[in-house]
Design a protein. Structure first.
Length: 50
C-alpha cells in the first residue's frame, strides 16, 4: 500500500495517494507484533507512512 501511495504521489494524484497511505495505516494498526524486532520494524514503517 505504501509503494502504491508513493506511485500515485509521484503522478500528483494526491487523493489516491492519501487513500493508499490510509489503507497502509489501517493494516499496520490491525497487525500484531510480538517480538521486539517486529515492533521496531513496525515503528519504522509507521514513520514512513506518516
Amino acid at each position: 500500500m505504501k509503494e502504491e501511495g508513493n506511485s500515485f504521489f509521484r503522478l500528483k494524484k494526491f487523493d489516491n495517494a492519501l487513500e493508499r497511505y490510509g489503507y497502509a495505516k489501517i493494516i499496520l494498526v490491525k497487525s500484531k507484533f510480538e517480538e521486539e524486532v517486529d515492533k521496531f520494524e513496525m515503528w519504522n514503517l509507521s514513520l514512513c507512512i506518516l
